[in-house]
Ligand binder design. Sequence first.
Ligand code: GDP
Length: 291
Amino acid sequence: FFPVLLHILVTQKSTYTTLPSVLLVGPSGAGKTALLTLLERGPLSAPAGEKPSLTGPASPAPTHTSQAPAAVELAVSTDGTSSFRDDLDATGATAKRFLLIDTPGHAKLRRLALSHLSPAKPSTSPTSSYSATPKSRLKGLVFVLDAAALADGDALPATAAYLYDVLLALQKRASGAKGSKPPPAIPVLIAANKLDLFTALPAALVKSNLEAELGRIRKTRSRGLLDSGVGADDDVAGIEEGDDWLGEYGSDKFSFKQMLEFDIEVEVVGGSVLGDGPGADRWWKWIGQRA
Ligand code: GDP
């Protein structure tokens, strides 16, 4: 008997229709699988109160390259304050259970991750068994990125482009339900991972670099619209105002605060899954409070 409070329930489809879920997205190599493994197996690899080691009996699951996302069932105390290392069964705490769903980071498979975010049509893909989940059960989205890779600049445009698509999908989700009640807002945690590496950018810089790059992408993608002289105040038939424009329409600089207009809270928090870094506790807390 292991003090298991977390069970893999990938095969039990019925859970997908009942449990709230949190989605892990982000580019390949960011650490999504490592994070999922840590949160799932933390209690197995270290006694409560100690830092779990991923080199122990619970080695990280290999990054999955198939289309099928991995999902694990996790539990947090109902007040959201328990650690992922706590054995909730042993402490007798009442727990709320939720799913953490990993998605493939590979660019060609990202549509699958984004398909979770459009409320209208559930995916018909036979590989995404959770696609029938009522979208209202999606409680949060964690965008994992490699803060060390961002430091050399090369990874910034690609990472930001993916983040742009994710945020735009959420924005459309929020603003698409015109007239009707909008679906429950999905908050976003940007998990700046690998802060154990001294080359990694601190969270504040990750945030400002992303905001600058998202602003650049927004300008580029809307160039056609801007060049045609369509401004924020123009009402042109056939052009939905700011259709693909992320954040405050017509604004010069992008900031994550602009997403609040669509009820989307975005937070950038640094951490690490491996090595001697700040750890994953702040991410876990964010997830536990929203699940
Ligand atoms: P995924 O593609 O997003 O699922 O990324 P993985 O979880 O497979 O991680 C990619 C690589 O980054 C692996 O070699 C991990 O061991 C490594 N990695 C993940 N998290 C950390 C971290 O916090 N610090 C360091 N130094 N490496 C990490």
